[in-house]
Structures are given as C-alpha cells and as structure tokens.
Design a protein around this ligand. Structure first.
Ligand SMILES: Cc1cc2nc3c(=O)[nH]c(=O)nc-3n(C[C@H](O)[C@H](O)[C@H](O)COP(=O)(O)OP(=O)(O)OC[C@H]3O[C@@H](n4cnc5c(N)ncnc54)[C@H](O)[C@@H]3O)c2cc1C
Length: 361
C-alpha cells in the first residue's frame, strides 16, 4: 500500500466478500474518477489521492486507508465504503473500520448552518447566505457541491446524521430524518465561515425550492460535503448548463485560469434570468432562452452543445449539467458518437422532470 509514515493516520476494514476481484474494476474506475492514481502489485491495488492513500488486498480481503489528517482519512473511508456498498451490494457487505478514528461518531463532512441573508438575484434565483464553523474542508477534495439537509413540515426539528462504524453517515431516527437535496457551493469564504448557495425557485411541490422561497435569517439547515468529482484541468472546455447547473458553471468561469478557452451555453427561462458573471477566462458565454417552453422540454441547450467542434491540438474537457434527458443526449454524443472517455467528459443529470430528489442519495 501507499506507505504510511509514523505521523499518518491509518485504518483498515475486513471485506468478507466472495467476489471482491469481480468488483475491483468498477471500484477502481470510481476511485480514479476522484483523481486517484491506481497501481497493481500482485493481488493488491493501491490508490494515491492528493490527501492520502488506500489499498485493496484481494488475497487477505482487506481494505486500508491512510492520510495525514482527520478530514483526509474520513474522506478516504467514505469513498472506499461507498464504492464497496455500491458495487458489492449483492453480497450485503458489513464494513467495520478498525485503527485510527475508529469509534468516532462526529461526522466530518457535516455542518449545521444558519441563514444570514437572502438576495433575489433574478425573478427565479435566490442567493442564500449560510454561516457556520470550520468550513475549510469545503474547499478541499475538488468537490463543488453539498448535500443540503432540510427541515420540512413533517420533520420541523430534524436530528442530524452521525458517523457509523462503516465510515458512512447514520441517521439517529428515521422519523426525525431531514430531507436531502444537492446544491452547489456558489461561493465559499472559509475564513469568515460563509457559504453562498443559489437556489432556483421552480413550480410544483418541492423541498429545496420551497425552503428557499421562505428562507429567512436565523433558519437552520444542515450541509454535508463537499460532494462531486473534480473537473479535470484542460486548455479548452465546452460547457452547458440550465439554471440548476448555472451556479457551478459560473463558479468554474470565475475560477478557471485566464488563458482557458472554449464555449459555454446557459439555458434560462427568459432574459430576466440573465445574471452578471465575472468570467475570468477566454471561454465565450452564450445565453439561450426557452421563451415559454417549460424547463426540461427544450432541446436547444443539448443541440447547442452537440454542435460544437472539439479542437484537436489542445487538452479538452466537456462539462454539462442540466435536466436528465438533455444530459443523456449530450453524454451519448460525447461518449458514443465522439468516443470520448470519462476523463474528458462529465455530463450530469441535475434534476429529472416529474421526479423528486434526484441524486440526493
Ligand atoms: C450536483 C448537483 C448540483 C446542483 N446544484 C444546484 C444549485 O446550485 N441550485 C439549484 O437550484 N439546483 C441545483 N441542483 C438541482 C437540484 O438538486 C434539483 O433541482 C432538485 O430537484 C431540487 O429539489 P426540490 O426539492 O426543489 O425539488 P424536488 O422535490 O426534487 O422535485 C419536485 C418537482 O419539481 C421538479 N423540479 C426539480 N427541479 C426542477 C427545475 N430545475 N425546474 C423545474 N422543475 C424542477 C421535479 O421534476 C419534480 O417534479 C443541483 C443538482 C445536482 C445533482
């Protein structure tokens, strides 16, 4: 394994799985999509992340994690346990970590936040400012998003999650469990303990949008994160987003290096939804309006992104975040028609027409 030095935190969990080698390709693929370098040594596969290491020993049926700090170790335990739970589901894995941080019940990725401000950015976009303690981890690991945990009419006073012995969140009581939805950290000021989140206010029964509509200073909400895969560095990008992907796209345009080139399309309901974005890059930004067509029904965004010719002589990346049907069109075009790999494309469904809580986990 990634050699652990004396100052490092280490832990391990037995994997009583009959078919571990059968799952390893998918586990490996998933961990590599979180920027891990993988290397095989006989029956052992090692992974090296920027914040620590991990290994799967297929002979001794054990997985190990090491990191220099608690946040890093908690993150690796979470990534490994999630991958095993997802890909070895049919064997119902019982993961119990031993070693450093075993027995810890505080969930490293959770914070309780308080609303301190609400701004109407456009008729349908609310910027909500949240304050909380110790937010530095939300700038780590390359994830731009958070899982927000909302109180609801049915559960106005939820119990927040804790850390289970398997390295994953546990919920103290099912009948006091908050409802989760995924949102983007539009801006983070860890020194002053502030996170801004831009909420699209959309029609229909909802949790996140309904909460944002009546959010007021003093209200409490939980967040877990950061979640999401890092966006790969590239010299040229093609990007597409509807209103739900706009906070992430805007953050990328504000933070990618100035010499970055490419083209980005944002789909909005109408011109009143246009926002000022401090685009720090050479990526050309185009706004597309639905003008009366309901969200999720217009194919303009997917078609615009599909029509872009990718340059051959520079490193490239395709990034897309919108309704599920549009994301499928773009993903199929990039992966199947253009033959691009996962390392060059990320086409994500941020919501699905007619279905509640997509991706909230
Ligand atoms: C990684 C990621 C990051 C995201 N970041 C943001 C963000 O920063 N800001 C943001 O506003 N959203 C963001 N989203 C999208 C958001 O999670 C979904 O829109 C979610 O469904 C909202 O929850 P809700 O409780 O309001 O609606 P739900 O209870 O999930 O859905 C209720 C109904 O509303 C419909 N609905 C959901 N979203 C929309 C929509 N956009 N337009 C029209 N109808 C809709 C559903 O189809 C369903 O019929 C993100 C999603 C992901 C996966």
């Amino acid at each position: 394994m990634s050699e652990a030095s004396a100052s490092e935190l280490t832990c391990e969990a037995r994997l009583d799985l009959r078919h571990l080698p059968d799952y390893m390709d998918r586990i490996s693929d998933r961990l590599r999509s979180f920027e891990a370098d993988a290397s095989q040594h006989g029956q052992r596969i090692d992974f090296r992340f920027a914040f620590g290491g991990a290994s799967f020993d297929m002979e001794r049926l054990v997985m190990r994690a090491n990191a220099t700090d608690r946040d890093g170790l908690a993150r690796i335990k979470d990534l490994l346990a999630t991958a095993v739970e997802v890909y070895a589901r049919e064997e119902n894995p019982a993961i119990v970590w031993t070693g450093d941080l075993a027995g810890e019940t505080r969930l490293a990725q959770f914070r309780e936040m308080v609303v301190t401000g609400v701004r109407h950015l456009t008729p349908h976009m609310r910027r909500i400012r949240l304050a909380g303690d110790d937010l530095t981890r939300f700038a780590k690991f390359g994830g731009m998003h958070i899982r927000m945990l909302f109180p609801t009419r049915e559960v106005p006073d939820p119990l927040w999650p804790m850390l289970g012995g398997n390295g994953l969140p546990v919920w103290p009581a099912d009948d006091r469990r908050p409802v989760a939805r995924v949102y983007t950290i539009r801006a983070l000021d860890a020194d002053n303990g502030i996170i801004d989140v831009d909420f699209l206010v959309h029609p229909g029964e909802s949790v996140g949008s309904a909460w944002a509509m009546q959010a007021a200073p003093g209200m409490k909400v939980g967040i877990m994160g950061p979640v999401g895969r890092p966006v790969r560095p590239a010299q040229w990008y093609v990007m597409g987003a509807d209103e739900t992907g706009l906070p992430a796209l805007a953050r990328l345009l504000e933070t990618l290096p100035a010499q970055t080139k490419g083209v980005a399309f944002v789909e909005i309901a109408d011109h009143a939804e246009r926002q000022e974005i401090a685009n720090a890059t050479g990526i050309e930004l185009h706004w597309l309006t639905r003008d009366g067509v309901p969200a999720g029904e217009d194919k303009l965004l997917a078609e615009a992104v599909r029509s872009v010719a990718w340059p051959k002589d520079v490193s490239t990346f395709g990034w897309f975040a919108a309704e599920a049907a549009a994301a499928k069109i773009v993903r199929e075009h990039w992966r199947d028609t253009l033959g691009l790999g996962r390392d060059q494309t990320l086409a994500a469904a941020y919501w699905r027409r007619g279905s509640a809580g997509l991706m909230a986990g």
